[in-house]
Design a protein around this ligand. Sequence first.
Ligand code: URA
Length: 185
Amino acid sequence: MNKTFYLNKLKEKILLLNKNFPKKNLVFSDGNKNAKIMIIGEAPGRTENKLKIPFVGRAGKVLDRLLYSISLDRQKVYITNVVNYRPDKNRKPNLSEINLFKKYLFNHIEIIKPKFILLLGSTAAQAVLGYQGPLNLIIGKFFEKKIINTTLKIMIIYHPAYLLRQPRKIKIVNKNLNTLKKYIN
Ligand code: URA
């Protein structure tokens, strides 16, 4: 399958949703489209909207450090968000936005065909796993989910932006990522 072709088609479809996010740029993805690990965040922030690349602001720096701690970098993973436009006033995406983008996200996963999905925070957990309960109950656990035709392994960790507010939680994330590292090796 020609991933670039299908990714461009997907981008065109998501560009049509721009009418719901006036004056915002499409922030589609970053990293390696042939990576085994796909990372899914929430939605772009101010810097991401400006540069049109996910996770390039403060939370992105945290994400880069977390990846580095388990010998990964952006060439070894593929990164996107549930919602591909920055919601107004930096708010979290609401349920109708999550539901609107979900089918495009699943299409995105189908094109990339990762072996493993790392979800960052509650919006990603809600979109991919349909989970709406307390995050601490599912942090660091492995899930399996059939997405379109493939059964994928999934883990959820705290969102890097949350770690900026709650730096003490980094210990938990490091532990989760070490488990992930053992699994992918
Ligand atoms: N937070 C996200 O969830 N995604 C980004 O791209 C940046 C910050």
